[in-house]
Ligand binder design. Structure first.
Ligand code: TRP
Length: 354
């Protein structure tokens, strides 16, 4: 079977009308702010859902800022984990996927203290009832099986400081992050109303790439161990896919409701090749789960080969990765300090200016 592997950045044109619709001149020059929690290595769900999208936005000339949200790691867990390695791996994965550190900014919360200072006035603009209503925060509190920490309750305000501090106008996120973008808009609006307009209300950019499920059919997540990590070797990838749940029907069809696991593998293949999942199903035909898994393994390994090679190479150069983080954090600090100065001026805290 021949497989046409796409330019990874072209994936969006095929599978995401919202994103490709946004690839117009109007979006060029927008300021993108997005981020990840460094809780483990990235997997194919991140790749298809967000990484490819970020690279595409970078290619269209948008200023892309990626927040490594290290302070969000402790919103719902008791420790930070092996952060240094995780942060380096994350940076290697961004760069291997095509983020260019000269054009885009990668920074870590903990390296940009100016960002935290924005949180104080922002906290004054929201009520505890509004924070308690946030459905994503509620779900996270429930899943953590802990009582809600004050950081878990307020991190969406900190996230608003990420976005507004970096002057973000477009925030590419998954659905779960929409309440946070809404809150960010609310904070911008209320700040502008009280102190004079300095913030633009950012918009969310929802990826419409179909969500990739875990290989066990549940939500793909690092903690469930049901992912296909970007850094997995080719044999490891084959083993993971071999162990994926499927059904015994020989004829492969794309039916997300009745055959979710089969549909999931078809979705991954379709997203990587730019085909329609029904077409992929037709190509596999009567080959059953075995043929589908063979195809999925080939397509994934082929699509990620170059990324994996660069990832491995980058991980041998820790000094370079650290330099990217330091440089990105310095640039993010400069932007955040500029915002902070405007905020202080608007609030009458510019004590020494005349
Ligand atoms: N909360 C986001 C997540 O868990 C990560 C994040 C942190 C973020 N800061 C951000 C996303 C700013 C968008 C913009 O995925």
């Amino acid at each position: 079977m021949t497989i046409a592997i796409q330019d990874p950045t072209a994936v969006l044109d095929q599978s995401s009308s919202a994103i490709s619709a946004s690839q117009t001149a109007a979006d060029t020059g927008r300021r993108i702010v997005t981020g990840d929690r460094p809780t483990g290595p990235l997997h194919i769900g991140h790749y298809l859902g967000t990484l490819v999208n970020r690279v595409r936005l970078q290619e269209t000339g948008c200023a892309v800022t990626i927040v490594i949200a290290d302070y969000q790691v402790i919103t719902d867990r008791d420790g930070t984990g092996p952060l240094r390695d995780r942060v380096r791996t994350l940076i290697a994965e961004y760069l291997a996927a095509g983020i260019e550190p000269d054009r885009s900014v990668i920074f870590a919360h903990s390296l940009v203290p100016a960002l935290n200072q924005l949180m104080l006035p922002f906290l004054s603009l929201v009520s505890d009832a509004e924070l308690n209503r946030n459905p994503t925060v509620k779900a996270e509190a429930l899943a953590s099986r802990r009582s809600m920490s004050a950081l878990l309750l307020t991190y969406p305000v900190h996230q608003a400081a990420d976005i507004l501090g970096q002057r973000g106008t477009l925030v590419p996120v998954g659905k779960d992050q929409l309440p946070h973008v809404e809150l960010t808009r609310l904070i911008a609006r209320r700040f502008n109303d009280r102190y004079g307009t300095i913030f633009e209300e950012p918009e969310a950019l929802l990826s419409t790439t179909p969500a990739v499920q875990g290989i066990d059919g549940a939500k793909m997540s690092k903690t469930r161990g049901n992912t296909i990590p970007l850094g997995a070797g080719e044999d490891e990838t084959a083993a993971i896919i071999r162990s994926a749940r499927s059904d015994g029907l020989r004829r492969i069809t794309f039916d997300p409701i009745a055959r979710p696991q089969v549909a999931n593998l078809l979705t991954i293949v379709a997203a990587l090749t730019g085909d329609d999942p029904h077409q992929v199903a037709d190509r596999v035909g009567d080959g059953g789960a075995v043929a589908l898994k063979t195809l999925a393994t080939e397509v994934i390994n082929e699509s990620l080969r170059e990324l994996r090679r660069r990832r491995a190479e980058l991980l041998t150069d820790v000094g370079y990765l650290d330099g990217v983080l330091l440089d990105g954090s310095a640039r993010a600090t400069a932007t955040a300090l500029g915002t902070l100065e405007e905020v202080r001026r608007a609030m009458g805290m510019d004590y020494f200016s005349g």
